[in-house]
Design a binder for this molecule. Structure first.
Ligand code: BGC
Length: 773
């Protein structure tokens, strides 16, 4: 029995059991399989343990000396790898992208190392390798797992073609802090959406068998809770309850492990005092023991060195910081004993492992287990059978028409229409369009951070894309936005000067309509790129105001990697399109939406605050004893804000048509806590154009032993409907949706009422309920 059958009389007496955990494991990671519009999307694909492979691993392991085992646990960068390492049997190499060099190193490993074990080559293929797709936060806005899957599929094909067999992707860090620059790399603030997108990415990259020549092993990262650093500052401390860790930050990882993710990367930051790569609770107890993960965990970049106290002793070089160990041997012991299997860049395990085994600080069984896990992934990847890449085919696999077409579609499906007063959009391509702004004719920033091997020259700027559909379009840059690091105190190069504004205004005046392309440079987001002020950088608002004063109709197209605070932009602009960094086809994707070839249907995967002081702000917040009422003194409010709401809520996004969502029905008014219900809702296109709506289902548990989020997303489906057409959308909800983890780490499903809300944003009002008994 998955739960305690001793049903409690009231919701306040939790019905729990130690075995309740098994329920969630068995039901596939807390996601309703039919709830994301693709019934195959969440099908578990973890490879079954293969006896033949396990025997081969055992046979190989039996031949290995301890130094050879420790070499397997070493992961070196492209800048570090030498033939000496390859000959010694090093385990993995990352960021090497030249197939000739990859083969050369692989030949040394396979032919000259004593045991002929191939190297696993890895790369950060995050949103495309050469064909760059929208940044992951953009793809999450599509609310369409097929977008993420296509990105990972083509990324894997292009990566594998040069000899890469592992991708450090997807990033599954839920983040509720837009100051954090890496929010761009994930699926936003919600665990359910992150899980759906993450699973799709794992499936796209790995397929059902990542030994296939166009597939790679996925490494899901950063394990865990890296997305919630204090103050939004990258790498900073995270401290949270077990309930929150289990309910919000772990579910995307659990879902991806269930979907067969081959490898995991542990995180830099400390969680409740334990650095991510030295945390036995998450790495060993939860990931490996509870979830049954049989792949390997690699550390993030120098994360082992960073566990040392400063100044470090033995060796006294390299990064240090967390202070949970004094020296390199301590770091190696802490990491290995916690469950880290492979060390990236720093070399503590390789250097001190033998000594640690000899003096009993690390059991040899742990070293063997780590080696076994790495060999398992190498066998599953087919590396022993096919260690080399066909160099002659590497280049011809890049930037192929099907990938480029998919990137264009992904770009437009990822865009979110935030505002469209009086149906200003779509624009008429026959009218004269002025394309203005620092990002208007830019082929660099639109690729976003982690652009892989993407090249600016491959990219279609917004101006080029618009000209292809509206040839008379004109252009003015107005001001540059540069990617300068470290930024100057008064940066002139981040739209800091108005010198070009007069020319821009003249260009606007000579046109019928204006497209203003504004936002962040790609260097302002991504790793180590936190911002304390998340408004539109530089004098871009002044540019909006100048263009507005011309009286010409205009739309603001935003390219950025995080939610921005946009109250002034929203107050001054009649239309706003959130385009994120759309990738290599950015200009075509933007033009498709602006001119109405594509009707925008994306929704925000993360709340847009009014003011950075509201951060962290997220729709699934817990209620307080004094809910926000800005008119009341002793309420949970800001005295200098007139609302506690975000400017744009999670799940929000407009279309060029309108939809009506109605008739929320539940298959049964009551259900056992172990049972399932089907929830259906009708969606109708009530406007005059074909368009997409994302039907969203949220639930709330009003009386629970632990305070519960005011609502939680448990289902979504993006549907395309012709004018007048309607569709019934159904979702299956079960215990994994109704229940939650408590602070003992136990999954509980409590009897009582569950409120349901359906609609087209997290502010949906259509309501019903089901009672659990
Ligand atoms: C990042 C990882 C990345 C690794 C290798 C680190 O700095 O945190 O996400 O996979 O570098 O490039």
């Amino acid at each position: 029995m998955p739960r305690n059958t001793r049903s409690a009389a009231t919701r306040r007496t939790a019905a729990r059991a130690a075995t309740a955990l098994a329920l969630v494991v068995a039901t596939g990671g807390g996601m309703a399989a039919s709830a994301v519009g693709d019934p195959t999307a969440l099908r578990p694909a973890r490879p079954a343990v293969d006896k033949g492979t396990e025997q081969r691993i055992s046979a190989l392991l039996a031949k290995m000396t301890l130094p050879e085992k420790l070499q397997q646990l070493q992961l070196l960068s492209d800048g570090q790898i030498t033939e000496v390492d390859a000959k010694a049997g090093v385990g993995s190499v990352f960021s090497l992208v030249d197939p000739v060099k990859i083969n050369a190193i692989q030949h040394v490993a396979v032919e000259q190392s004593r045991l002929h074990i191939p190297i696993l080559f890895a790369y950060d293929t995050i949103h495309g390798y050469r064909t760059v797709f929208p940044v992951p936060l953009g793809a999450a806005s599509s609310f369409d797992p097929a977008v993420a899957k296509a990105d990972a599929t083509f990324g894997a094909r292009e990566s594998a073609a040069v000899g890469i067999k592992q991708a450090y992707s997807p990033m599954l860090d839920v983040s509720r802090d837009p100051r954090w620059g890496r929010i761009v790399e994930g699926g936003g603030e919600d665990p359910f959406l992150n899980a759906a997108m993450g699973v799709a990415r794992v499936q796209g990259a790995q397929g059902t068998d990542y030994s296939q020549p166009d597939k790679v092993a996925s490494s899901i990262k950063h394990f865990v809770a890296y997305g919630q650093p204090e103050g939004g500052r990258d790498y900073n401390t995270t401290d949270m309850s077990i309930a929150r860790l289990r309910n919000v930050y772990l579910p995307p990882f659990k879902a991806a492990v269930e979907a067969g993710a081959a490898t995991v990367m542990c995180s830099f930051n400390a969680i409740n005092g334990n650095p991510g790569c030295g945390d036995a609770q998450t790495e060993t107890q939860i990931l490996k023991n509870e979830w049954g993960f049989d792949g390997f965990v690699e550390s993030d970049y120098t994360a082992l060195d960073e566990m040392r106290a400063c100044p470090p002793v033995q060796p006294d070089t390299g990064p240090c910081g967390h202070g949970v160990v004094a020296d390199g041997p301590g770091a190696a012991a802490r990491a290995l004993n916690s469950g880290t299997d492979s060390e990236m860049v720093s070399t503590n395990i390789r250097d001190y492992g033998a000594r640690l085994v000899a003096n009993g600080r690390v059991p040899i069984g742990r070293v063997d287990d780590a080696v076994r896990r790495i060999l398992r992934v190498k066998f599953r990847a087919g590396l022993f059978e096919h260690p080399y890449v066909d160099v002659s085919k590497a280049e011809s696999a890049q930037l192929l028409p099907d990938a480029v077409a998919a990137a264009r579609t992904a770009g437009s499906r990822s865009m979110v229409l935030l505002k469209n007063d009086k149906g200003l959009l779509p624009l008429d391509p026959a009218r004269k369009t002025a394309v203005i702004g620092p990002l208007a004719d830019d082929q660099h920033d639109m690729l976003g951070p982690w652009w892989g091997q993407g090249q600016d020259t491959d990219a279609v700027s917004v101006l080029t894309g618009i000209k292809a559909q509206s040839p008379a379009a004109t252009y003015a840059q107005a001001c540059p936005i540069a990617d300068v690091d470290p930024p100057a105190a008064t940066p002139l190069d981040v739209c800091g000067s108005t010198a070009g504004f007069d020319a821009a205004v003249a260009t606007a005046q000579a046109a019928d309509q204006v497209v203003l392309v504004l936002g962040e440079s790609r260097g302002m987001t991504g790793e180590a790129e936190s911002r304390s002020d998340i408004s539109l950088p530089g004098k871009q608002q002044e540019l909006i105001d100048r263009v507005k004063a011309t009286g010409k109709p205009f739309v603001v197209v935003l390219m950025n990697g995080r939610p921005l605070t946009l109250p002034d932009v929203a107050a001054s602009s009649p239309a706003i399109l959130e385009a994120w960094f759309p990738g290599v086809q950015a200009g075509n994707s933007v033009a498709d939406v602006l001119f109405g070839k594509v009707n925008p249907g994306g929704k925000l995967p993360v709340s847009f605050p009014q003011n950075v002081g509201q951060v962290p702000i997220y729709y699934a917040h817990e209620p307080t004893g004094r809910p926000c009422d800005v008119t009341q003194k002793y309420d949970s409010r800001y005295r200098d804000l007139t609302t506690c709401d975000p400017l744009y809520a999670f799940g929000y996004g407009l279309s060029y048509t309108t939809f009506d969502i109605s008739d929320l029905e539940v298959s049964s008014p009551t259900v056992a806590t172990t049972g399932k219900v089907t929830v259906t809702v009708d969606v109708r296109n009530t406007g005059a154009r074909t368009g997409d709506e994302v039907v969203q289902l949220y639930l709330h548990d009003p009386v629970a032993s632990l305070t519960q989020p005011v609502r939680r997303l448990r289902g979504f489906e993006r549907v395309t409907l012709a004018p007048g057409q309607s569709k019934k959308v159904s979702f299956t909800l079960g215990p994994q949706d109704f229940g939650y983890y408590d602070n003992a780490g136990t999954f509980v499903v409590e009897p009582g009422r569950i409120d349901l809300f359906a609609g087209n944003s997290s502010q949906a009002t259509l309501a019903s309920s089901v009672t659990l008994r």
